[in-house]
Design a protein around this ligand. Structure first.
Ligand code: PNS
Length: 165
């Protein structure tokens, strides 16, 4: 039987930490579906379509990885894909509270769902999308922390914003 996991997130934008997790997940399962959440409570820098495109480019259209945006509940998306395993990355202890809450809520919403966690590669322990954006919009470089294409698109957003000031 094919082992498939759904790796959900905001991915605003994807970082090398996320990529590292996808690569390592492919060692233990056959396919990874990267699910980009559309309807987030927070406002995003990139549109869902831009986030999907960035991930596809960064993953060089790996045939074992599907990238899609989803609306509504994650568990409904899992049902539509006939998958019952969620993959999430863990960095520091501070991630734990939120992950704990989400895991139990998702299990309440869908009894047979399992969430599995993988530790982010040690090189990416301190980065997330939020801090990446913060550095870029303060004029710093994030080269080597995000895929090249993301670096370029972030720079464009930064320049757009500078132009509007
Ligand atoms: O990258 P993030 O922001 O930590 O990802 C959070 C995400 C997108 C996985 C979560 O917000 C989510 O699943 N959203 C979809 C709506 C939903 O199902 N919410 C209930 C889950 S507790």
């Amino acid at each position: 039987m094919e082992r498939v996991v759904v790796y959900p997130g905001s991915f605003d934008p994807i970082t090398n930490g996320h990529l590292n997790l996808v690569e390592r997940a492919l060692h233990i399962c056959d396919r990874v579906i990267v699910a980009v959440a559309r309807n987030l409570a927070k406002t995003t820098l990139f549109t869902p379509e831009e986030r999907v495109e960035l991930i596809k480019t960064a993953l060089e259209n790996n045939p074992r990885v599907t990238v899609e945006a989803f609306d509504g509940l994650l568990v409904d998306y899992l049902n539509s894909k006939n998958v019952n395993v969620i993959l999430r990355g863990l960095r520091q202890l501070s991630d734990f509270d939120y992950e704990f809450q989400m895991t139990f809520m998702n299990r309440r919403l869908k009894r047979d769902v399992e969430t599995i966690f993988m530790m982010t590669g040690y090189k990416w322990f301190y980065i997330n999308s939020r801090i990446i954006k913060e550095v870029v919009f303060a004029g710093g470089s994030v080269k080597g922390l995000v895929p090249e294409i993301v670096c370029k698109k972030l720079q464009e957003k930064y320049e757009e914003r500078q132009g509007k000031l």
